[in-house]
Structure formats: C-alpha cells, structure tokens
Design a protein around this ligand. Structure first.
Ligand code: 4NP
Length: 152
C-alpha cells in the first residue's frame, strides 16, 4: 500500500494541511493510503495544527484538529514509500538526513502539479487567513494529482 509522509518545518501549518487534503481525496476516491506528516524541526512536537490551519481546512470540510506535530525520524525513510517536502529547504534537510538504506522516494510537493514544478509551498506562518487559503489551494491541487497517480 502506498504510504506518504509530508514534511515541512514546524508540522503545524503546511504539512498537516497536505495530510488532511490527501486523506480527504483518498476517501473521496475510495483509495487506501497511509498518510502522515512531520516537521524537520521539533519546536512544536506534540502540538495540534496552528489554529489558522485548522480553520482553513474546516472551511473546506476537513477536520485536522486531532493531528499532533512530530519531528521526522530516520525510520520514516524506510516506513514510507514517499516522503514529500513542502519546500526546498526541507527537501535539502531530508536529503542530508536520509540514511544509506532509505527506500522512500523523496520529492518536492509541487513537482507533482503540472506548471508548478520546482516551486515551494510558501510558509503561511507570518501571514493571515488569505495566506492559508493559498496553502490550502496548493496542497489540494497536489493531493488530487498524487491520489490520481497512486491509484494507477
Ligand atoms: P510549517 O510552518 O513549517 O508550515 O508548519 C511553520 C510553523 C512554525 C514555525 C515555522 C514554520 N516556527 O518557526 O515556529
């Protein structure tokens, strides 16, 4: 079964939104997937998603309130088939961290969306609700593409 880990910096804004979006899309398609998220940093470990992230997901019908932040672990590189970074910094950190026996395919989230290849999902942390809507739109677009690809 495909298993996807989304990774951002704090695991309280972007990656929990990506997790919620992909889980919702998988449910919609009746697709069995393991979906999780983590941060390269550990400052927010154990915390629920940022309230603005919870709010934007809920506005789109997805409840991410039960998620709790955690830091990426070395075992993740073998446990998941796909480890997907939300931006270049976090992708670079993952490449450095990846153990020699890693089996997960590493990629950048927007590389899965035609026309957005090589682009980062901007950190909405310092912005307002409008920024979180942009994040939601981006992770939703990527979740649709990923789910369609994983369904094949
Ligand atoms: P995220 O956003 O990486 O999308 O979860 C951030 C959340 C918190 C911090 C940075 C980014 N922080 O510095 O605490």
């Amino acid at each position: 079964m495909p298993s996807i880990l989304f990774v951002c910096l704090g695991n309280i804004c972007r990656s929990p939104l990506a997790e919620g979006a992909l889980r919702a899309e998988a449910t919609r398609l009746g697709l069995e997937l393991i979906v999780d998220s983590a941060g390269t940093g550990d400052w927010h470990a154990g915390e629920p998603p940022d309230e603005r992230a919870q709010a934007v997901a809920l506005r789109h019908g997805v409840d991410i309130s039960a998620l709790r932040a955690r830091q990426v672990r070395l075992a993740d590189f073998r446990r998941f088939t796909h480890v997907i970074a939300l931006d270049h910094d976090n992708l670079a950190k993952l490449r450095k961290l990846a153990p020699a026996d890693a089996t997960a395919e590493l990629s950048l989230l927007l590389d899965h969306v035609e026309g957005r290849e090589g682009q980062a999902v901007a950190d909405p942390w310092f912005g307002d609700a409008a920024g979180f809507e942009v994040t939601w739109a981006e992770v939703t677009a990527a979740a649709r593409k990923l789910a369609a690809r994983l369904r094949l």
